[in-house]
Design a protein. Structure first.
Length: 177
């Protein structure tokens, strides 16, 4: 069995000051997320980056400003996190919707890696993090979430999402540092 770290949307457009949908709380978690990645590398555990990669005319842009268009700087993982990967066998999985399971190979990857515990970090807590955690819970994975490694542009939605993931999805919420 394996431990897997899923890093959700730690992309330039969300967590870099020049990003299209930048929010400070997202940038603020970068050091804590970096430490989690380093811990998984040290333990030689699996790391999967889920990355928004939208088409130019994605329907999601009716709800949110244009962001993370595939093959653009905004869709790239923020440099501070890429820097620690240096040659580590990391999976980068593009996604086009909130859930990391929608039209991706995430489910197959978790089965092939014989995952039993999945830790989730990243942004946004009330959107892509929560929808991905819901998919993990529906597949009976044990899910852990370090609350200092998730963030949302809406503080109230963040708090509600943490509560929902703990009570409805059974996620173990903890402080990483």
């Amino acid at each position: 069995m394996a431990k897997v770290l899923i890093v959700v949307d730690m992309l330039n457009d969300f967590v870099h000051k020049d990003g299209a949908l930048f929010f400070q709380a997202g940038a603020d978690i970068i050091p804590a997320v970096k430490k989690r990645i380093e811990a998984y590398i040290a333990a030689e555990d699996v790391i999967i980056f889920l990355c928004d990669a939208h088409a130019e005319d994605d329907k999601e842009f009716a709800r949110f400003d244009k962001h993370a268009v595939k093959k653009t700087w905004g869709a790239g993982v923020v440099a501070d996190l890429v820097a620690v990967l240096s040659g580590y066998d990391t999976i980068f999985m593009p996604k086009t919707r909130y859930s990391g399971f929608y039209n991706t190979g995430l489910g197959v990857e978790l089965i092939q890696r014989e995952a039993d515990v999945v830790e989730v970090v990243g942004v946004c807590t009330s959107i892509c993090v929560m929808d991905t955690v819901g998919g993990l819970a529906n597949r009976d994975y044990k899910v852990t979430i370090p609350y200092d490694c998730v963030a949302d542009f809406d503080p109230e939605a963040h708090t509600a999402a943490i509560g929902r993931m703990a009570t409805l999805y059974g996620a173990e919420i903890f402080k990483s540092a």
